[in-house]
Structure formats: C-alpha cells, structure tokens
Ligand binder design. Structure first.
Ligand SMILES: Cc1cc2nc3c(=O)[nH]c(=O)nc-3n(C[C@H](O)[C@H](O)[C@H](O)COP(=O)(O)OP(=O)(O)OC[C@H]3O[C@@H](n4cnc5c(N)ncnc54)[C@H](O)[C@@H]3O)c2cc1C
Ligand code: FES
Length: 260
C-alpha cells in the first residue's frame, strides 16, 4: 500500500478533455506513485462552494485512472452533482487541492488465474490504471447505459462492451458477458468497479463459480483517511471504513454489496 504524504497539495490542471459523457482531468503531481485502485480527495482551489456565501464543499473522492511517467495523474469524472460539476469545468491553468494516494488498491491475481476486469459506467476509472499494470493478460468487460457513455470504453484497450439500450455492443448487462466467460473458464480472478447492483451481481456470480473477486466499492466520504467514520460498510466481520480498509474489498468478506 502506498501512503499519502501529510497534508493536501495544491497542483495545476494540465489538460481537460471530454470523452463522451465523461470528462478526463489531468493534474501535475509530485507525490508518490499510486497503486491501482487507490483514490484521491479532490477540491477545486477556486469557487468550491455553494450559495451566495460560497460555503466550501467537502472534497470529493476519485479513483486514480492513470499515472503518466512524468507524474501526471488522470481522473475520469461524471457530472452527478455540484462537486463533480465544478471539477468538470476545470481547464488548463486552474488548480486543485489533492490529497492522496489513499486506501487499499487491487492485489495481483492468484497463481494461474486469468484477470477479468469488469467496469460499469464511471467505474471504468480504476480499471484503466489496473489494465496498465496487468497488460494484455487482462480481459476487459465494460457496461454502459447508452452510446454517449460507451465512448468511455476508448479509455481502455480492447474492452468488450455492453449497453443497456443496445446502441453499442451486446444489448444487456455487462454481468451477462461475465457469466458467459466464467461459464467457459472459471480459472479467473475478477476485478470490478461500478454501481452497487452491478457489484452485487458480480459478487453473486463469482461466488456461484467459486472465482475470487476484488470489488472497488464506493460510499460517501468526508475525510478520506479514517477520521470521520462516514464511509463504513458492513462485512461478514462487522463494519469497516472503506477509505482505509478499502475501497477495494475481497468479495468473500461481503454477504452482499449494499446500495451506497
Ligand atoms: C473511492 C471512491 C472513488 C470514486 N471514484 C470516482 C471516479 O473515478 N469518478 C467519478 O466521477 N466519481 C467517483 N466517485 C464518486 C464521487 O466521489 C461522487 O460522485 C461525488 O462525490 C459526487 O459529488 P457531487 O457534489 O458532484 O454530488 P453529490 O450531490 O454529493 O451527489 C450526487 C449523487 O451521487 C450520490 N453520491 C455522492 N457521493 C457518492 C459516493 N461516494 N458513492 C455513491 N454515490 C454517491 C449522491 O447520493 C447523489 O445521489 C468515487 C467515490 C469513491 C468513494
Ligand atoms: S471517509 Fe472519513 S473515515 Fe472514511
């Protein structure tokens, strides 16, 4: 596990590009190289607040999507509310507060197991850097709601795509693609990130096929480093703080994936 330096860093945005329904924001960072599956807490330096008095928002959690050789970090954002809307507006020359890398990331596949990466929506983000690490050995299965979101598949190499509306690739759920793969060969280890119902379906499928799975979960995070207990999720061994014990959890430790 890579530990974050103490304190948040003020770093410049070096690029912004729209990829279908998503925005990729790149920042120049001189912190330690993150591990795949770790995350950062991000806040815009300017106009980070709501209402006439600009009351500051808490920072928001984002998976690191890619790290370039010069230390540049890419984040893939989906605009779902005020914080992500503000971060999606950022462009070259703007600045962000960045804290990280935080949490526990993915672990390498057990011996003789083929990695299968399963992403849903913006859950593709941590799978990008994990594919960079694993290389061509990883099979990539991606699910999106429609064609605009499915453009995000271009951020990974060679992914098979499913869309809810059938506009791109397989019509249906990405878990149907996974069920087919596990039916052909169960010597796999699955790495998944996406909405809770998708992760619960992945967990149940992997349990049925006796396949190990590592799930990158989400929950509301206020601090990101274990202080507020706002991010707890239930496991078979009791509640854990997702920001320090996760966000990647072994599926075998969960009875089920609860809605965030
Ligand atoms: C470890 C981790 C990694 C993440 N990685 C990414 C990423 O790579 N890209 C990305 O776009 N988003 C990511 N998220 C989610 C992101 O943090 C939230 O979308 C963001 O905090 C929403 O803030 P907002 O102010 O825009 O919207 P809000 O108004 O705070 O929320 C908008 C909607 O999203 C829901 N929501 C808010 N936060 C979360 C959350 N953490 N989990 C589930 N639902 C939530 C709210 O209930 C509400 O329905 C990640 C979250 C975690 C915990
Ligand atoms: S986000 Fe504060 S304890 Fe996890």
């Amino acid at each position: 596990m890579t530990f974050a330096p103490l304190g948040r860093r003020r770093v410049p945005v070096t690029a912004r590009r729209a990829v279908g329904a998503y925005v990729v924001v790149a920042v120049a960072d001189d912190g330690p190289a993150p591990e795949a599956g770790q995350f950062y807490m991000l806040a815009a330096v300017e106009r980070w607040g709501g209402g006439t008095d600009e009351r500051p928002f808490l920072p928001r959690a984002f998976s690191v999507a890619r790290r370039h050789d010069d230390g540049t970090l890419d984040f893939v954002l989906e605009d779902v509310g005020p914080g992500t809307e503000r971060l999606c507006e950022l462009g070259e020359g703007d600045e962000v507060w960045l804290l990280g890398p935080l949490g526990r990331g993915f672990e390498r596949p057990r011996q003789a197991r083929r990695p299968i990466l399963v992403g849903g929506g913006v859950g593709i983000a941590p799978l990008m850097i994990w594919q960079d690490v694993l290389g061509a050995s990883a099979l990539v299965l991606l699910g999106f709601r429609d064609a605009a979101h499915a453009e995000g598949a271009a951020l990974l190499r060679g992914g098979r795509v499913a869309t809810d509306d059938g506009s791109v690739g397989h019509r249906g759920l990405v878990t149907e693609l996974l069920a087919f793969e596990l039916g052909c060969d169960a010597r796999a280890e699955v790495y998944a990130c996406g909405p809770p119902p998708m992760l619960e379906a992945v967990r149940a499928l992997c349990a049925e096929h006796d396949v190990p799975a590592q799930l990158a979960l989400e929950s509301g995070m206020a601090c990101g480093f274990g202080a507020c207990f706002g991010c707890v999720v239930p496991t078979k061994d009791g509640y854990v703080r997702l920001c320090v014990d996760g966000p990647v959890l072994d599926a075998a430790t969960l009875d089920r994936v609860e809605a965030a």
